[in-house]
Design a protein around this ligand. Structure first.
Ligand code: IFM
Length: 452
């Protein structure tokens, strides 16, 4: 249990002048205004209506009210000296039904956000899809319907046409493993679907969409810098037994390899994870080519490591994750082990792929309970978390791995999906009753760090 950081001296200059520094958010988690100005419902607006889907029955309806407070929040990004701001576009704010009529007010909103960034000297990095599918498309099967490749292509075309003169850096999907796994296999995220068939079809269509998204952007904006982002965890077996080691490999294949490898022309990792063979049912002639994508960069989003044990009773995987609290290791409020070396191991792992050109950490951060005392939030645990992970990023950089930048998750506390407002990842605290923003000690630390 190493709660204290040994890394007080970590300095921005150690990463070099070209290293990209930023902070990340997403539309659904911050914007609120779920029904304002012609926005259509997303699967998360719908999911939040279901009792017990979201902790405390929280809803994304108001969230951080970024929709009206975007100027204030971007001013805070500027005040903290953060040069790059990663956020996402809400598909159903732009196309309320997912396809068809464009919502002018939605487009106007994102122009205002982008313009405010640019006027403030902040580079916008935009994610096209961060989990908030238009509900109308879900009514037609959502990610399980192969038509999504046309719906998505159309949505990307609309966005690029509108914003290409102002935005250079694009990310196609955010963490496809999470939105297909949690949303279409486990049913714990929107749209709450369960089962292997819905998962594998959603997975295959997401793999196709990440490549189609890339090609659409490049066709319309040849000088765009395009990536896509993957969640990843450093996987270690619980013991040296062969069964645990094989179980760890299967989890690694599922969590870390199943979306990037088909895009690099390596196919799905079926040899390690035989149940993935069932995906063949959804593969059409020509898909192997269609899945290939030469991204300018990939974003990797790492928070922790997972310890894995063989378990006969877990279907398909025969493996289970041992929760951090059971292992009695220092962990965040999400029960994610604080394990800084994980981020180094992930940069190393992804750097080994020949087809990966550049890597950005597009998310890293921690949820800890925050206490406001006399208007001050002394979130030392979060500050130490960031320092200790950054130390490992620096190690990766010094070893000349492909790492080129780092974005903290997140700018503000926000709507943490099925966890509602209970989990707080922000550098800036939000009082969700008053919408008051308070910069945490970790936010000031990041400011000082960036100021050198
Ligand atoms: O809040 C999420 C984000 O939307 C995707 N990556 C992980 C974060 C923390 O859970």
């Amino acid at each position: 249990m190493n709660k204290k950081s040994k890394s007080a001296a970590i300095k921005r200059s150690g990463f070099g002048d070209e290293f990209v520094w930023g902070v990340s958010t997403s539309a659904l988690q911050t914007e609120g205004a779920s029904h304002a100005d012609g926005k259509g419902p997303s699967i998360w607006d719908e999911f939040a209506k279901g009792k017990k889907n979201i902790l405390n029955n929280d809803s994304p309806e108001i969230a951080c009210d970024f929709y009206t407070k975007y100027k204030e929040d971007i001013a805070l990004v500027k005040m903290l000296g953060i040069p790059n701001f990663r956020f996402s576009l809400s598909w159903s704010r732009i196309l309320p039904d997912g396809i068809g009529t464009i919502n002018k007010k939605g487009i106007e909103f994102y122009h205002k956000v982008i313009d405010t960034c640019i006027e403030s000297g902040i580079e916008p990095w935009i994610t096209l899809y961060h989990w908030d599918l238009p509900e109308t498309l879900q009514q037609k099967g959502g990610w399980t319907n192969r038509e999504i490749i046309n719906w998505f292509e159309h949505y990307v075309e609309v966005c690029i046409k509108e914003f290409k003169s102002k935005v250079k850096n694009w990310m196609v999907l955010n963490e496809p493993m999470v939105f297909t796994g949690a949303g279409y296999f486990l049913g714990v995220h929107a749209p709450g679907k369960k089962g292997i068939g819905s998962f594998l079809s959603a997975m295959h269509h997401a793999v196709l969409c990440q490549a189609i998204g890339l090609r659409t952007i490049k066709k319309m904006q040849p000088d765009a810098i395009v990536g896509t982002t993957y969640s990843c965890s450093f996987i270690t077996p619980q013991s040296d037994s062969e069964r645990d080691k094989q179980a760890a490999k299967r989890i690694d294949a599922l969590l870390n390899r199943s979306f990037i490898e088909p895009s690099l022309g390596l196919g799905y990792p079926m040899e390690t994870l035989p149940f993935l063979k069932k995906v063949e049912k959804y593969i059409k002639p020509g898909d192997e080519e269609l899945m290939r994508a030469e991204f300018d960069f990939i974003g990797i989003q790492n928070y922790t490591r997972e310890v894995v044990a063989y378990n006969f009773f877990i279907p398909f995987l025969k493996a289970k994750l041992i929760p951090a609290d059971k292992r009695k290791v220092f962990h965040t409020q999400m029960d994610w082990e604080v394990y800084p070396e994980a981020i180094y191991q992930m940069v190393k792992k992804f750097s080994k792929y020949k087809g990966v050109k550049k890597i950005f950490i597009t998310e890293n951060g921690a949820s800890f309970p925050d206490e406001i005392i006399d208007g001050i939030i002394t979130d030392t645990a979060r500050e130490n978390f960031l320092k200790s992970y950054l130390e490992q990023v620096l190690k990766a950089k010094q070893e000349e791995l492909k790492i080129k930048g780092y974005f903290v998750w997140s700018l503000t506390d926000n709507f943490e999906w099925a966890e509602g407002y209970h989990q707080r990842f922000g550098l800036i605290h939000i009082d969700f009753n008053t919408q008051q923003r308070t910069i945490k000690k970790s936010g000031y630390w990041y400011k000082d760090f960036l100021a050198g």
